[in-house]
Write a protein that binds this ligand. Sequence first.
Ligand code: ATP
Length: 272
Amino acid sequence: MHVTPGPSTDSPSVGDAGDALLRLRDVSIAFGGVKALDGVGLDVLPGQILGLIGPNGAGKTTLFNCITRIYQPDTGEIVWRGDDLLRIRPHHLAGLGIARTFQNLALFGGMSVFDNAMAGGTSQGRVGATSGMLAWPPARRRTNELRRRAWELLERLDLLEVAEAPAAGLPFGTLKRVELARALMARPSLLLLDEPAGGLTHSEVKDLGELIVSLRDDYGFAALLVEHHMGLVLGISDHVVALDFGQKIFEGSPEQVRDDPAVVAAYLGRAA
Ligand SMILES: Nc1ncnc2c1ncn2[C@@H]1O[C@H](COP(=O)(O)OP(=O)(O)OP(=O)(O)O)[C@@H](O)[C@H]1O
């Protein structure tokens, strides 16, 4: 097994995350007898696109679910800007600057594209119907600011033409962009992208890759990209981590990963 040395494997105390935005150390979780994650550590640096790859069942989604507080690891540390993320409730993640997209989309089909985008901003402050009706000046200012941001994102993501259309019935590639707009409403410092290329055509994947990079360049977020589409991962990631059977088997540059014997063996072995 070949594991390039990552950041120090010494477990730092919480509060010591160095330059990392997000730091995982020695994270393990088992389901029955299956070790879905087995001592995994990685750092996501500010502004970095980190690709997370691995064959089916390697533990990628489980790692995502640990970060998003859906699963509680059995052991290990997850540190966000020096704070212990494992003490944070899931619904507080957006307020911390962590947003995610979903593999199967998490949009409201009956709501317009604009309202779906707005839904991504509500966790940033109380802008519910009541505050709107009361027209309490701070709430109204906040709502206006969110509306301005939603329009800006819809324009940026080429969604203006469908802004008033219900999400249901729109092409899948369009819905992926709506999902991105919803996530970006929270002004995340870290965007968790769960298989964004799934279900897209070859040219849509290429466009999506360019879009993610240009959004990152404009807004400065870091991204953790879980993806099977190697062309996308290797094309846009600054750094790549590979998992197999819950363990980190590779960490390095996109150029190095192509020929790494452990990664090649993991994919070939699983396909056999
Ligand atoms: N809630 C759960 N209950 C039982 N087993 C689980 C659960 N979640 C994950 N697992 C197991 O943990 C292992 C890792 O699964 P995980 O879904 O994280 O892999 P993955 O890398 O995301 O795979 P894929 O690429 O197919 O989505 C698998 O053996 C899976 O069956």
